[in-house]
Design a protein around this ligand. Structure first.
Ligand SMILES: [Fe+2]
Ligand SMILES: [Fe+2]
Length: 370
């Protein structure tokens, strides 16, 4: 089964219907509906896992200005070509250049080079916007989570996310020739997370889904990248992100035990909807628009990519699925989420290491800390 039901032309229209029309928008307001909760129970360490994370976070801070060498010369063409090597999508697109009748059959080296620069600009831009989503969402968690250990930890994450927005936007603005507004698929997901009045949904949407995907993506990018500034930036961000995903797993594991079957079903549906939105953002419709290519034909071709060439795209979900399993979301009730993940071809990741324990692997070795 493919990641999307490609026989359904409706689904392509639905994907394209969502497009960012206000590209000059500077501010985006969204209703935040949750109650801010004070707790008068100050017992530190009542939740040992969270306390341990908080202590680790305090000792793992870094400074994006002094720990990264911003004088590094970056050659976008070289970096873009390197990153494309890790991405089966780019390999597939290269193949289309020699495929008669394809929308990019007229492309030569210049166009494909530009495409690779744009596609990485799109990816980095969405990570920057997603990092701001994390900044705002974790500030919301500080307000809404009822447990003091979680408020303490979330406060450290707010600082981490500020740093991530800072370093990704600085890299884009000073080292890369172009950038993109937020993908509407990502914006819709961030809006849903903020709108929801249930405090645990911020965790599920942000810590488990958005950050789970980011951690997987940063991992692949870090592996492929030889550009020293970006490589170090990614390594530092990943050390933080692994803690963030662990924060979600540890908190929700406890809370979900109190929920009814109907409430868990809501969480399963929310998780699946978030999965679909994140998948659609990777179609990068805005890049095709900017390159002057017929977007609808291109997206249809990409959705019809051979199964084995979608591996990279599906690997992006390799952290999300085991974390959903650890939270009991895959098999709760009649196993609704397991079935959905089977249908879209990502259930195979369920036994990968879950991030509740994995964060220590990502910790920065002492010699890497400034
Ligand atoms: Fe982050
Ligand atoms: Fe994060």
């Amino acid at each position: 089964m493919s990641l999307v039901d490609s026989d359904n032309s409706e689904s392509i229209d639905d994907i394209l219907a969502l497009t960012n029309v206000d590209v000059d928008e500077v501010f985006h307001a969204v209703q935040s509906n949750a109650d801010a909760i004070y707790t008068w129970d100050y017992e530190k360490g009542a939740r040992l896992g969270l306390e341990k994370l908080y202590e680790k976070a305090k000792g793992s801070q870094w400074n994006g200005q002094t720990d990264l060498d911003w004088s590094t010369d970056v050659d976008p063409e070289r970096v873009a070509a390197e990153m494309s090597g890790s991405d089966q999508r780019s390999q597939f697109v290269r193949g289309l250049m020699t495929s008669p009748g394809s929308p990019i059959a007229s492309w030569g080296d210049k166009e494909i080079q530009q495409y690779e620069i744009e596609t990485f600009a799109h990816r980095l831009s969405q990570f920057t916007h997603g990092e701001q989503g994390a900044l705002v969402c974790t500030a919301k968690i500080v307000e809404t989570v009822p447990w003091i250990d979680a408020k303490y930890y979330a406060a450290t994450q707010v600082v981490d996310e500020a740093r991530h927005v800072e370093v990704f936007s600085q890299y884009l603005n000073t080292k890369w020739p172009s950038d993109y507004p937020i993908s509407v698929h990502l914006r819709a997901l961030l809006d849903d997370i903020m709108n929801d009045s249930r405090w645990d949904m911020t965790y599920l949407g942000m810590q488990i889904m958005v950050e789970g995907l980011a951690l997987a993506a940063f991992g692949f990018m870090h592996q492929m990248c030889t550009e020293p500034l970006l490589k170090k930036l990614l390594r530092y961000v990943m050390a933080d992100e692994a803690r963030h995903v662990a924060f979600g797993v540890l908190s929700l594991q406890e809370y979900y035990q109190e929920l009814s079957q109907a409430e868990i079903q809501d969480r399963q549906e929310f998780a699946f909807e978030a999965t679909i939105r994140m998948r659609d953002r990777f179609l990068q419709q805005e890049v095709w628009d900017r390159m002057g290519v017929d977007t609808k034909s291109m997206i249809r071709i990409i959705l019809d990519m051979p199964e084995e060439e979608k591996q990279f795209q599906q690997m992006l979900f390799s952290k999300i699925v085991p974390n959903c399993r650890k939270l009991g979301l895959l098999d709760a009730g009649d196993g609704w989420l397991r079935e959905r993940y089977q249908e879209i071809g990502i259930i195979e990741f369920e036994h990968h290491l879950d991030t509740g324990v994995e964060y220590e692997v990502f910790d920065l070795p002492v010699e890497e800390k400034a």
